[in-house]
Design a protein around this ligand. Structure first.
Ligand code: GDP
Ligand code: MG
Length: 440
């Protein structure tokens, strides 16, 4: 993949004392190939390589003490710029309701993303969303949206499949006003290919609903095609934002790099799972880091923060920094651990974690979490604070008290130490991002 490829190239010049023009040429060839292989649009690649080369050949790089690192930094900067520089938020209307129209090809993820977005808006901004069923063509499309709505407890407006989308939209907006629902998400139909009938219908819905956001939903797995799709939808509808779905899959990520630069429209969200909580704000800088294989530590912390309350998260962060994390903290975090989902997902975001041998053993299911809780609750205050005092006889007592086996008690203590080590590691990485050179 792109990240491995770039990483290998980086490795070659990383730490190199002196970089020659020839070195940079070799490296740029690698970058070009890697990007093309990742299905990035060739025009974008050309521009990217030209910009990076120009900066890399600049005198400040060639004469610096750490030219290799400087080049990597330039690649990262330019990748970030290519994806829009900064996160762009969803457009909100000053006068409720905010109207979002989901558009895109069939199967891109419009319906799923509509539900995810509704959930996110309710959670993050306390919005009262309404989902509007305007896909009257695909069999069972309306039921699909209703299922999504039921799952996240958000109302769905439908007039069946015999009323046209324009009229459905009109009535849905009236309904939203009546019910004081302030965030209307219109789920429209898609086609396998762009056609005129579809576009005309979408233009009609746009005219009736005057959306604050026309969210183009694009399947990241479609690579180069995604860019063409984005371009045509944009020409017809003047989209205002893009959601890139299925980034959790085995995608090559090329779409993320190309879409912004070809359409000039910001990627606002990324879909990271099929589940309703699998929508995340798109952060170009973090994406660039992830592509370069530095791990996405900030996303990880943010994910933790979403389910931990603010002050608690700050405390946790502080504890991680100072490594004063105890079993009491762990106990307090267990509910959050329950909400975070499989620890495996989180670990994937930690640099180097995938290479750690004990990652598997850290994965916990809800039942195991209950057992863990029982074990910790059987520890004394002193033991929770300083697990190193837990000798064999203490372990026996804890096992008996919690009704768990000695092996389980041992495993938990080992896991805890492992986790602490990892926290230390990624809080160090985070510090590195701000202060120290992050490329060492
Ligand atoms: P629509 O035709 O554009 O409305 O697409 P759907 O919302 O029906 O999604 C098509 C398929 O893609 C469904 O099976 C979804 O579960 C799946 N899907 C959508 N978004 C994501 C995502 O971010 N990750 C993964 N893994 N699957 C997704
Ligand atoms: Mg759909």
């Amino acid at each position: 993949g792109l990240s491995d490829r770039l990483q290998a190239t980086m490795q070659k010049i990383r730490g190199k004392g002196k970089v020659t023009e020839a070195d940079i040429k070799v490296m740029m060839r690698e970058v070009r190939l890697a990007l093309l292989e990742a299905d990035v649009n060739f025009k974008v690649v050309k521009q990217f390589v030209a910009t990076v080369s120009e900066r890399a050949l600049g005198s400040d790089v060639m004469t610096s003490l750490t030219p290799g690192q400087q080049v990597i930094k330039i690649v990262q900067d330019e990748l970030t710029q290519l994806m829009g520089g900064e996160n762009t938020q969803i457009n909100m209307s000053k006068k409720p309701p905010t109207v979002v129209m989901m558009v895109g090809l069939q199967g891109a993820g419009k319906t799923t993303t509509a539900g995810k977005l509704a959930l996110l808006m309710r959670k993050k901004y306390n919005k009262k969303p309404l989902l509007v069923a305007c896909d009257i063509y695909r069999p069972a499309a309306i039921q699909q949206l209703q299922t999504v709505g039921r799952q996240i407890d958000i109302p769905v407006f439908t007039l069946g499949d015999q009323v046209n989308p324009e009229e459905i939209t009109r009535q849905a907006l009236a309904h939203a006003k009546e019910e004081h629902l302030d965030f209307v998400i219109i789920d429209t139909a898609g086609r396998l290919h762009i056609d005129e009938a579809l576009m005309n219908e979408l233009v009609d819905v746009k005219e009736v609903s005057k959306p604050d956001e026309i969210m183009l939903v694009v399947d990241a797995m479609t690579g180069q095609d995604a860019v063409n799709v984005a371009e045509s939808f944009d020409q017809q509808l003047d989209v205002t934002g893009v959601t890139l779905t299925k980034l959790d899959g085995d995608t090559r990520g090329g779409a993320a790099l190309s879409i912004r630069s070809v359409t000039q429209k910001p990627i606002k969200f990324v879909g990271m799972s099929e589940k309703m909580d699998g929508l995340e704000p798109f952060h170009p800088e973090r994406m660039a880091s992830r592509i370069l294989g530095m791990g996405d530590v900030l996303s990880l912390i943010e994910k933790a923060q979403a389910s931990v309350d603010e002050t608690k998260a700050k405390e946790l962060e502080q504890k991680m920094k100072t490594s004063s994390f105890t079993f009491d903290d762990f106990l307090e975090q267990l509910d959050q651990v329950r909400n975070l989902g499989p620890l495996d997902d989180l670990l994937k975001m930690i640099p180097g974690a995938s290479k750690m041998k004990n990652v598997q053993s850290l994965n916990m299911n809800p039942k195991q979490i209950d057992h863990v809780e029982a074990i910790i609750r059987s520890m004394t205050a002193k033991e929770r604070k300083d697990p190193s005092v837990i000798n064999v006889s203490r372990k026996k007592r804890i096992a008996a008290g919690s009704g768990r086996s000695m092996a389980e008690v041992n495993r938990l203590i080992k896991q805890f130490e492992e986790m602490k080590k990892m926290m230390k590691q990624f809080s160090g990485m985070k510090k590195g991002k701000k202060g120290r050179n992050p490329f060492q």
